[in-house]
Design a protein around this ligand. Sequence first.
Ligand code: PLP
Length: 396
Amino acid sequence: MTDDFDFDTRAVRAGTLRSEFNEHSEALFLTSSFVFKSAAQAAARFSGDEPGFVYSRFTNPTVQMFEQRLASLEGAEDCLATASGMAAILAVCLAGLRTGDHVICSANVFGATVQLFTNLERFGIETTFVRGADPESWRAAVRPRTKMLFCETPSNPLMEIVDLEAFAQLGRRIGALSVVDNCFCTPALQRPLAFGIDAVIHSATKYIDGQGRVMGGAVLGARSLIRDAVLPVLRTTGPSLSAFNAWVLLKGLETLSLRLRAQSATASALARWLEAHAGIERVYFSELESHPQRELARRQQTGPGAVVSFDLKATSAAADLRARAWRVIDNTRLMSITANLGDTRTTITHPASTTHGRLTPEARARAGIGEGLIRIAVGLEALEDLKGDLEHALAG
Ligand SMILES: *Cc1c(COP(=O)(O)O)cnc(C)c1O
C-alpha cells in the first residue's frame, strides 16, 4: 500500500495480506512452521534466495501484517516485531553494539531500560546517563567508542522533551546509532525517523494495543539496519511476537489515532483543571504555558499525549507528603491503581514508590521525582467523571 494515503487510512489498511479465501478481516495464522512444495524450495526459503514463510520464530503472515502496518505509520522502511518492548531494546543493543562500545542514554528512561543498560556492563559495554533535555550534557558525554544514543521523549513521568533533530545530528556526527523509544507518543503523535533518527523502538504493550491485553514490541528503521543487523539477532535469540498477539495489536493500530486524539484531549482539559486547583503545586504536561519546552514539543509532536503528572502542594515534611499522595490515590474510586499506561481505563500511580522506587532518594531528587508527585495516564472515560474522581480524591 502506498504512503500517499492519509495516516488514518493506512492505520486500517496498510500491510493487509489476504489468503486464498479472501477474508476481509486479517487472518490469524496459528502455525509454527510452513510446508514447502519440494526439498529444493525448502532450501531456497532457508537460504533466503526465495522470499516466503519458513518458521514462526522469524516469519509469520499475521506478524508480518503488523510489522508492515506499523512501518507504514512510522514512515519506516522496515520493521521487526518482538515479544515485548524490552525485547525490542535488547535486540537493537545486540544488533548495534559490541564489547568495548559506549552508550549515552537519558537518565529519565523506563526503569527496566536503565537496568538493561546497566547490565550490559557485564559484557563490557558502558553506559553514561545524561540529562535528556540538555543537549550539552549529551555532547559532554561523547567518547571515542560511543556507538549508541538512546532516549525517550516525552519522558516519564515529568514530560521532559529531547530535541530530536539535535539528537539525530549528534548521532550522525559521531557515527553512533540514534535510538528513540516512541512509546508515549506513538506514530499517531510523533515520527522520530522524520527528524533523522536511525531507529525507533516500541513497547506495543502500551498505546498500540491500547486496551491492556497483550505484550509486544517493535524495532523500526532503514531496511539495512532491520534486515542485516536486527533480523539475525531475532532469528537466533527468539524473542518473537506470537501470531495471536500480533493479531490483537493489528486491531489496536486501527483505532490508535482515534484513541490518542480523544485521550490527549481529555488529558489536556484535565491538566488545565489540575493547574488551577488550590491543592496542586505544579502540573507536568507539554501543552501548558508553564512547560519550559512547550515550543519544542509543538515542533516535534502533533499532540501532547495522554500522561499528566502533578505535584501536591508541599505544606509538610517529605514522609507526610508521601502519605498524602497515597491518600489521594486511595481516595480515587474510578481510576485504576496501577503503574501501567496506554489503556482505555485511566490509571494512577505514585512514581516515587513504584516505577522509580528502586532509585536512591538522592537519585530520585536529582531526577525531580518528589514524594508528592502523582502520575495519571488518561483513558477514554468521560472528562467530567475523571474530574469528579480527582476532586473527591484531592478533598479527601
Ligand atoms: C513499558 C515500557 C517499556 C517496556 O515495554 P514492555 O512491553 O513492558 O517490555 C519500554 N519503554 C517504555 C517507555 C515503556 O513505558
